[in-house]
Design a protein around this ligand. Structure first.
Ligand code: FAD
Length: 443
C-alpha cells in the first residue's frame, strides 16, 4: 500500500534523538508536513529506554576523556536540552549532586589541570576535597584509608539525571500539540519498520516498510547503528568509510539509596566510553546503579539476538578493513587492558567480585559483594563508529549528510546531545527543503 501524502520530511527511528527532531520540526515555519516511523510499538524502546542507559545529562566538564573542544561542544548542546527540561520537561528529570572523583595521584593531577582549563567556561564547577566530598556524598568517604582521605579531590556541581524514555514521550506530546496549533500534518506510525530507502527521478525518497511505502522530500534517519547501513546503501561515500563496533554496557544495582547523586571516576583520554560510575536511579530514588561495563558484542540491540545478522551484514560491506581496524584497536595496549577488565566483569560470580574490587570500591569503599545485584534486562549497545580509513575508534556521535538526507549515529552522549542535534538537523532540513523546491518545484 502506498501512502498518499508527500511529506516535507520523514524521520526514521523513535528514540530520543528522532523524537527531539520531531519536536523541533513542529516549531519550524518552513516545515508543513512530517512523519515519524518507528519499528516498535512505542518510542524509546532501544538505547533511549530508561533501563538501557546511565540517565546522565553529560555536560562536558566531568567527562575526563573528552578534550577541551568536545567538552565545550557538549556544554552547548546540554544547555539546549536543559532549556527544554526546565520549561517543558516536568517529571522527566531530577537535579542532583554530580561529581567526578580523583583518587590516585595521577587522577588528582588530571582533575586539577582539567579544572584550571575549564573553570572559565563552567562557572558552577567547583574543585573540592575530602571533607566537602563527605558532606555531599558521605558514602564516598566512609571506610576510605587515611592516605586517600587526604588526597581525594573532585570536580563538583549540581547535575541532571534524565529519564530519556519519558523525555522522548514528552517530545512527542509537545510536537503533536505544536503541530495541531500550527495546522501542520504530523503523522506517527508505530510497528513500522523501514526496509529499504530509495530515491526516484522525481527527487522523492521512497521508504518501503511492512506497512506500505512512504514518500518524502527529505529524510532524517535516527535509527542508531542502522542509520549508517541506510547511508551506505544509498551510496553515501563518507559512510562507506565507517563501520560499527557495538559496545554493550551492563549495570549492577544496589536495591537501596546509597548516594545522593552521581559519582563518576576518571577515564583515560583515549577510551570513548564513560568510566564506571554510581548513580541514584532516576526512576527510583531507593536504587543505586553502578556501571556500565563495556564489552564488545556482535549485536545491534541488547537481548535481541536476531540483530546478529544485521551486524554481520553491515560488517560485510568491507570485511577486510573491518577486521584490520578491530585488530588494531584491540592490540593497543591501553585499550586491551580496559577491555580485558571488562570481559572479566562479565564472568558469572568472579565478574561481580572483580567489579566490586576494581570499580565499585573506588567509589563506595564500604560496598560488599552481597550489596551488588546484576541488572538483568538493563543496559544496551553503544554503536561506536569505527573509521576504516584511519583505523580509529571515534568518540561521540556521528552525522552523515547526503543528498537531501541526514543520518545520525548516536553512541553516548547521544541522548544528552539530542536537543542540540535536533536544532542543527532542522536548520539543515529547512535549507535542504529550499534546495529541493528550487530543483524539483513546489509540491
Ligand atoms: C550502557 C549505556 C549507557 C549510556 N549512558 C548514557 C548517558 O548516561 N547519557 C547519554 O547522554 N547517553 C548515554 N548513552 C547513549 C544513549 O543511550 C544514546 O545515545 C541515545 O539513547 C541514542 O538515541 P537514539 O534515538 O539515536 O537511538 P535509540 O534510542 O536506539 O533509537 C533508535 C530507534 O530507531 C528505531 N529503528 C531502528 N531501525 C529502524 C527501522 N529500520 N525502521 C524504523 N525504526 C527503526 C529503533 O527501534 C529505535 O527506537 C548510553 C548508552 C548505553 C548503551
Amino acid at each position: 500500500m502506498a501512502h498518499d501524502t508527500i511529506y516535507d520530511f520523514a524521520i526514521m527511528g523513535g528514540g530520543v534523538v528522532g523524537c527531539a527532531v520531531a519536536f523541533e520540526a513542529s516549531r519550524s515555519p518552513e516545515i508543513q508536513s512530517f512523519v515519524l516511523l518507528e519499528k516498535y510499538a512505542a518510542v524509546a524502546q532501544v538505547s533511549s529506554n530508561v533501563l538501557a542507559n546511565a540517565e546522565t545529562l553529560h555536560q562536558g566538564a566531568k567527562e575526563t576523556n573528552f578534550p577541551f573542544v568536545k567538552a565545550l561542544e557538549m556544554k552547548r548542546r546540554s544547555d539546549q536540552l536543559i532549556e527544554y527540561l526546565v520549561t517543558r520537561g516536568k517529571g522527566v528529570y531530577r537535579k542532583m549532586p554530580s561529581m567526578v572523583i580523583g583518587v590516585t595521584p595521577e587522577e588528582v593531577q588530571k582533575l586539577e589541570a582539567r579544572y584550571e582549563m575549564l573553570k572559565p567556561y563552567f562557572p558552577d564547577l567547583e574543585f573540592i576535597r575530602g571533607e566537602r566530598i563527605g558532606a555531599i556524598e558521605p558514602k564516598v568517604m566512609e571506610g576510605r584509608n587515611e592516605e586517600e582521605k587526604k588526597r581525594i579531590v573532585a570536580l563538583y556541581s549540581m547535575g541532571y539525571a534524565v529519564d530519556y524514555e519519558q523525555l522522548a514521550q514528552s517530545f512527542m506530546r509537545e510536537a503533536a500539540e505544536e503541530a495541531e496549533v500550527l495546522g501542520k500534518t504530523f503523522d506517527v506510525f508505530f510497528r513500522t519498520k523501514a526496509r529499504t530507502i530509495t530515491r526516484g527521478d522525481d527527487g522523492l525518497y521512497v521508504i518501503t516498510t511492512n506497512r506500505g511505502t512512504f514518500r518524502a522530500k527529505v529524510i532524517v534517519v535516527c535509527a542508531g547503528p542502522y542509520s549508517l547501513g541506510f547511508a551506505q546503501k544509498l551510496g553515501h561515500p563518507k559512510a562507506l568509510e565507517y563501520a560499527i563496533l557495538p559496545a554493550a554496557g551492563s549495570f549492577y544495582y544496589i536495591p537501596r539509596k546509597v548516594l545522593n547523586g552521581k559519582v563518576y571516576t576518571v577515564q583515560d583520554d583515549h577510551i570513548p566510553f564513560a568510566a564506571p560510575h554510581a548513580d541514584r536511579a532516576v526512576y527510583n530514588e531507593h536504587e543505586t546503579r553502578l556501571g556500565p561495563t563495556t564489552i564488545i558484542l556482535p549485536f545491534f540491540e541488547r537481548y535481541h539476538f536476531s540483530t546478529l545478522l544485521d551486524f554481520i551484514r553491515m560488517g560485510l560491506v568491507s570485511p577486510g578493513a573491518y577486521m584490520r581496524t578491530v585488530c588494531r584497536i584491540l592490540l593497543d595496549a591501553r585499550f586491551r587492558l580496559f577491555e580485558l577488565k571488562n570481559i572479566l566483569y562479565n564472568i558469572p560470580w568472579l565478574g561481580k567480585y572483580l567489579f566490586m574490587r576494581w570499580a565499585a570500591k573506588k567509589i563506595i569503599p564500604t560496598i560488599r559483594m552481597r550489596d551488588l545485584h546484576f541488572g538483568r534486562g538493563m543496559g544496551g549497545i553503544r554503536p561506536q563508529l569505527l573509521n576504516l580509513v584511519t583505523r580509529e575508534l571515534e568518540m561521540g556521535i556521528g552525522k552523515f549528510v547526503g543528498e537531501f538526507g541526514i543520518f545520525n549515529v548516536t553512541p553516548s552522549p547521544g541522548a544528552s546531545s539530542c536537543m542540540g542535534n535536533a536544532i542543527e538537523d532542522i536548520a539543515l532540513v529547512e535549507s535542504l527543503l529550499d534546495e529541493w523546491e528550487r530543483r524539483y518545484g513546489r509540491r
